[in-house]
Design a protein around this ligand. Structure first.
Ligand code: SAM
Length: 273
C-alpha cells in the first residue's frame, strides 16, 4: 500500500510589503508589473539600484538583499534612519507658518553639518509630505526652497518601525552611480533622470554625457541589467548600439511640454537576463 506523501516544505517565508514612505518625482510604482517577471528568476540575487529615488521599486520587488544608491543625501539619510527604526517626534501639522519654520530649521542643520541625523530625517519627512508636490529642490546656496504644498489633508506617519525588518539586509550609499560598490552577480535596475532638457532632480543636471556614461557602465556589468528611460530616439539608439534588448511601453504621462496630448513611451532595456 502506498503511503501519502508528506508535503515538502518549499514555500519561502513571506516578506511583508510596505508602501514608499516619501513622495518622489519619477516614481516607478507603475512599472512594477513589467519589472516583477524580469526580477523573479533572479530573486536570490542582490538588487542594486544606482538611482533608488523614492524606493518604489525596491519596496515593490522586496528583495532580501539590496544595495540602494542615490545622489540625494537627504533621502539616503532618511532611509538609513528608517533602517534604525525611525520614530518621528517633531511637531507635524499642515500649516504654512510651521512649514516655513521647519524649512528654516532643516536648512540650519544642513549649514551646521548636521544633515546626517535623526532630526534631519524627521524634518525631511515632514517637508516632503507638506511641501509642494513632494519636490526636493535647492537654491544655488544649497538651501531647500520648496514652497508650502496647500494640501487639504495630510496623513503623517510617526512610527516607521515596520520598515526595520524589511530594510535589515539593505545597504544604502550616497553618490554618483559609478561610485557604487557592485558585485558581478548583482541584478541592476537603473532608473536615471529622463533624457529631457531641464531635469533638475539634483544640484547638477543629468546631462547627455551622463546618459552615455551610464549606458556604457551598465553594458560592462556581467550580471543581469534592466534600465528604464524615456524612449527618445537618442536613448533607444544608445542602448541598441550597446547590444541591449529593447522594449517600449506606454507610460502613464503625457508629452505635455510640446502641447502634444499623446502618451509618452517608456523604454525597458535588458541584458544578461
Ligand atoms: C527617476 S528618479 C528614480 C525614481 C525611483 N526609481 C523610484 O521609483 O522612486 C532618478 C533619481 O536619480 C537620482 N540621481 C540624479 N543624478 C544621479 C547620479 N549622477 N547618480 C546617482 N543618482 C542620481 C535623483 O536624485 C533621483 O532620485
Amino acid at each position: 500500500m502506498q503511503r501519502a506523501e508528506t508535503p515538502v516544505e518549499t514555500a519561502e517565508p513571506v516578506r511583508p510589503t510596505l508602501p514608499p514612505p516619501l513622495k518622489w518625482a519619477g516614481g516607478k510604482r507603475w512599472l512594477l508589473p513589467h519589472l516583477r517577471p524580469l526580477w523573479q528568476p533572479h530573486r536570490h540575487r542582490r538588487l542594486a539600484e544606482p538611482f533608488c529615488g523614492g524606493l518604489a521599486v525596491a519596496l515593490g520587488l522586496n528583495p532580501e538583499r539590496a544595495l540602494l544608491n542615490d545622489i540625494n543625501p537627504h533621502a539616503i539619510n532618511f532611509y538609513r534612519q528608517l533602517k534604525a527604526g525611525l520614530k518621528v517626534s517633531i511637531r507635524m501639522v499642515n500649516d504654512s507658518d510651521h512649514y516655513y519654520d521647519s524649512r528654516t530649521e532643516f536648512n540650519r542643520l544642513i549649514a551646521d553639518n548636521r544633515a546626517a541625523t535623526k532630526k534631519a530625517a524627521a524634518l525631511f519627512y515632514y517637508l516632503n509630505r507638506t511641501g509642494y508636490n513632494g519636490l526636493c529642490r535647492f537654491n544655488s546656496r544649497g538651501e531647500f526652497n520648496v514652497p508650502f504644498g496647500r494640501y487639504k489633508t495630510i496623513n503623517y506617519t510617526r512610527d516607521f518601525s515596520a520598515y526595520r525588518g524589511i530594510l535589515s539586509e539593505w545597504a544604502f550609499s550616497c553618490g554618483d552611480f559609478e561610485s557604487m560598490a557592485l558585485s558581478p552577480e548583482d541584478f541592476i535596475y537603473a532608473d536615471p533622470p529622463y533624457d529631457v532638457q531641464f531635469t533638475q532632480y539634483a544640484k547638477e543636471n543629468f546631462r547627455w554625457e551622463d546618459q552615455v556614461r551610464l549606458a556604457e557602465w551598465l553594458a560592462r556589468h556581467p550580471g543581469p541589467v534592466v534600465a528604464s528611460n524615456q524612449a527618445t530616439e537618442k536613448i533607444l539608439e544608445l542602448y541598441r548600439e550597446l547590444g541591449f534588448e529593447i522594449d517600449t511601453l506606454p507610460a502613464p504621462r503625457m508629452i505635455s511640454c510640446t502641447g502634444d496630448r499623446s502618451k509618452a513611451l517608456e523604454m525597458l532595456a535588458t541584458r544578461n537576463l
